[in-house]
Write a protein that binds this ligand. Structure first.
Ligand code: AMP
Length: 179
């Protein structure tokens, strides 16, 4: 799908978001951003917008899996490194773990322990969707345990009704679109 290069980023995102009712659990309206990621121009608009927001960071951390995908593209644009915050059980030990609740159930996320020197690094956390805020809150705690400084978070879509922004205050979240 062709997307006008100058369309406001929120319009670009909305035009390529597929709403899926009752997935992955009943009552959840899933935001499927696959078509957005596939579209070269739309991804360019999204990454441009995130690059403005994340310009003060020296590392971006993306939440597996869709947040990591966006974070990797952003890191390449900014010329900085990227850390993928992994789902529980994917990384070899030793790991640091944080458990959390999200819109559709409990989960855990991990990063390597000891092997990364993150102390003092200015990190921007990236995810696709902000819902209840459990995920971004846990990611922030995980990174802060390493001595990294989380300077903010950015998401492609914020689900306002679920109150995630308030739940993770004072962490500042920049959303490219709100629904
Ligand atoms: P939460 O922790 O409740 O803010 O949930 C955010 C995390 O769960 C993100 O990593 C999203 O990928 C995923 N997520 C939660 N709700 C949705 C939704 N309605 N559509 C797509 N992804 C979602």
């Amino acid at each position: 799908m062709a997307v006008p290069g100058r369309a406001p980023v929120a319009d670009v995102i909305a035009s390529l978001t597929r709403d899926v009712a009752n997935f992955p659990t009943p009552g959840v309206q899933f935001k499927d951003l696959t078509a957005l990621f596939v579209d070269r121009e739309a991804m360019g608009v999204v990454i441009d917008a995130l690059a403005d927001v994340a310009s003060g960071s020296d590392l971006v951390a993306g939440i597996e899996s869709r947040g990591s995908l966006v974070a990797a593209a952003l890191a390449a644009r900014l010329g900085i490194g990227v850390l993928s915050i992994r789902k529980r059980g994917k990384l070899p030990p030793p790991v640091l773990t944080e458990d959390y609740d999200r819109e559709y159930g409990a989960a855990g996320m991990e990063i390597p322990a000891d092997s990364l020197e993150l102390r003092g690094r200015k990190v921007m956390v990236i995810d696709d969707v902000l819902a209840t805020g459990g995920t971004l809150g846990a990611a922030t705690r995980l990174l802060e345990r390493t001595g990294a400084k989380v300077i903010g978070a950015a998401v492609v879509v914020e689900l306002i009704a679920l109150g995630g922004r308030k739940a993770i205050a004072p962490l500042h979240v920049h959303s490219l679109s709100q629904v």
